[in-house]
Write a protein that binds this ligand. Structure first.
Ligand SMILES: C[S@@+](CC[C@H](N)C(=O)[O-])C[C@H]1O[C@@H](n2cnc3c(N)ncnc32)[C@H](O)[C@@H]1O
Length: 339
């Protein structure tokens, strides 16, 4: 998008930065409309796509061309197909990220992001100020928004399940507890990689709303117990406790309370594995820096460096902390319950 500017000029960078926001909105609209589902593995004209969507044809053509620019669609002789990235906008295909767009770019998230400047000024969580309550309380009383968020988490987790199960051998753990495990996508993948292990999926009732169906569909319902609860009150114990995308939702005080409850129920020698994007030290750029602001506006939590995870874990009574990289942006911070 040169807009007549020198491609490398700072002004061009500014145009591109704003267009990055437009590109995200374009992809979100395509996900909402179900554009990728209408194209599938075929090449379609804009007229065919518009008809299948029941949409305005000239506007559909403009959307498709913007999707070419955003990298999701390819044009071939007046017809449009999906790139590998565009395939992720389809529903129900392996590797689908459509739900991730729908949940994480939904109205609640966008309203919170629109108040980022206020959060920076005041240190307050934008979501709480706008909606009058913390996000997980809001989800508990808004099942449809919560279902979209849970689906987004399932899609986001599915994208890293293979990387997590490739990085760690889970077969030596008898009982594996996923704390805040949502609908159980990651735990199902772990149980499928460890066929003799048993799982405990722990979350709030709203977090677990789709768990029974998903666990059944993944073929592990016979080995996976679903336990509703509150990790600020009590957490079930096991040989391994997994927390993915949990601690980043909370400030240090509350993250310590969750870890303290995990430690309370853990027998000496049992393990804990935290699956998160780990921030680099200092000012080095990382996608985690943007996720950190997502936490600032949505939950009041934060992304953390390896040293920050280590400090939290050691204060909660864990030892032998080590960080295992995976082939995804996520790392596994592993530790042992001190004897
Ligand atoms: C960011 S999501 C991560 C879900 C899942 N671990 C994943 O990575 O896909 C955070 C999860 O924490 C759960 N949660 C929030 N507050 C909780 C509480 N007080 N007790 C138990 N679970 C809670 C939410 O319901 C949600 O499923």
């Amino acid at each position: 998008m040169g807009m007549g500017m020198d491609e490398k000029s700072p002004q061009d960078q500014a145009f591109r930065a704003v267009a990055g926001y437009w590109a995200s909105q374009t992809l979100y609209a395509a996900a909402k409309l179900g554009v990728a589902d209408r194209i599938g593995d075929d090449l379609r004209t804009a007229a065919e796509v518009a008809k299948a969507l029941g949409a305005h044809e000239p506007s559909t053509l403009r959307l498709l061309r913007a999707l070419v620019t955003a990298g999701a669609v390819r044009a071939e002789g007046g017809r449009y197909g999906l790139t590998p990235f565009g395939q992720t906008l389809r529903t129900g295909v392996p590797g689908s990220m459509r739900s991730f767009f729908l949940g994480v770019m939904a109205d609640d998230h966008r309203r919170a992001w629109a108040s980022l400047d206020q959060s920076v000024k005041t240190g307050e969580t934008a979501f709480d100020r706008i909606f009058g309550m913390p996000v997980f309380d809001y989800y508990a009383s808004h099942p449809e928004v919560s279902a979209d968020f849970n689906d987004a988490m399932t899609a986001g987790s599915a994208a890293v399940e293979a990387a997590v199960t490739a990085a760690v051998d889970f077969t030596s753990f008898g009982r594996i507890v996923d704390v805040g495990g949502g609908n159980g996508g990651l735990l199902s993948a772990i149980l499928n990689a460890a066929p003799k292990s048993e799982g405990v999926l722990f979350d709030t009732p709203s977090g677990l709303a789709g768990a029974k169906d998903l666990i059944k569909a993944r073929g592990v319902s016979g080995r996976c117990e679903i336990v509703p609860g509150d990790f600020f009150a009590e957490v079930p114990g096991g040989d391994l406790t997994v927390l993915k995308w949990i601690l980043h939702d909370w400030d240090d005080r509350r993250a310590s309370a969750i870890l303290g409850n995990c430690r309370k129920s853990a027998s000496p020698g049992s393990r804990i594995m935290i699956v998160e994007v780990v921030l680099p030290d200092g000012d080095e750029p990382s996608i985690g820096r943007l996720g950190d602001l997502n936490m600032m506006v949505m939950t009041g939590g934060r992304e953390r460096s390896a040293a920050e995870f280590r400090a939290l874990l050691e204060a909660a009574g864990y030892t032998d902390v080590r960080v295992l990289p995976t082939r995804s942006p996520f790392s596994i911070i592993e530790a042992r319950a001190a004897g």
